[in-house]
Design a binder for this molecule. Sequence first.
Ligand SMILES: Nc1ncnc2c1ncn2[C@@H]1O[C@H](COP(=O)(O)OP(=O)(O)OP(=O)(O)O)[C@@H](O)[C@H]1O
Ligand SMILES: [Mg+2]
Length: 296
Amino acid sequence: MTTPTTPPETPGTPAPILEVRGVQKIYQGKQRNVEAVRDLTFSIAAGEMTCIVGPSGAGKTTLLKCVAGLLDTTAGEIVLEGERVTGPPRGMAVVFQEYGRSLFPWLTVRQNVELPLKEKNLPKADRESLVDEALAAVGLADVHGAHPWQLSGGMQQRVAIARAVAYEPHVLLMDEPFAAVDAQTRGELEDLVRALWKRLGVTVLFVTHDIDEAVYLGQRVIVLSMSPTVVLADVAVDLPEQRDQLHTRSLPRFAELRAKVYELIQQSKRGVRPGSGDEHEQPGTAVAADTQSGSM
Ligand SMILES: Nc1ncnc2c1ncn2[C@@H]1O[C@H](COP(=O)(O)OP(=O)(O)OP(=O)(O)O)[C@@H](O)[C@H]1O
Ligand SMILES: [Mg+2]
């Protein structure tokens, strides 16, 4: 659900598709309140692929839930396509990490993918062709009659991606979608997401713990501070658009960007916040190979 809002007056620049403006989220508990997110502001251009990284507990899932309209913000606002988000917006789809819980075990793969389309009031034939296309796009055309529990973890996550894609969202939110699959499947799913992103022109906001994944996937990596969360840094990923697991990951620039994001996350974990004078990456920051890990 969205309500109209006044677009910002910035002549000459295209309006962003998604704006997060001064968002604060405090969870109100019986015993205590938790300020998960303090003041987040950033905007995403239409068609952009943005990754969000930050320490565990930084509020990444909280942010995504607010953007998806599943949680109310305590302060600030989220604006999607010029309208303030006050509930799950029509133009958005979400893929969470727990594919096992997000698919209905009593429905077939096809029925799972088709389910959200029912609220769009499309003719049955259109629904069926959207489901067929989405399942083919994720390489699952031949298992449409199976139930999720008959599939591997990677295949189940493909079903969740197909369901999101079939819905034809303008914005696709993904919260650590590949955290539970093996490394090889993960690489394949990353390439699948990039291929779908390019083909469909969808705007993607992708949360991950994995620094390599963020640099490999993103055009931009937003690094969050520790909770209560603000944006610590916004790193442009100036790698060639054409990416593949072997060559892109062996580029010197990939290693530099990885080291840069790694160093920013270390700063974040040390409690560095914007304005403290320590948050800017030093170009070419040397991070000893044995202290680098691909994830946080
Ligand atoms: N429903 C809730 N009620 C109270 N506090 C919550 C709730 N959900 C999250 N929190 C708190 O908000 C903060 C941010 O949590 P969140 O799950 O958004 O972090 P995250 O960055 O997604 O972490 P991770 O990387 O481990 O997934 C944490 O301190 C967490 O304990
Ligand atoms: Mg999370």
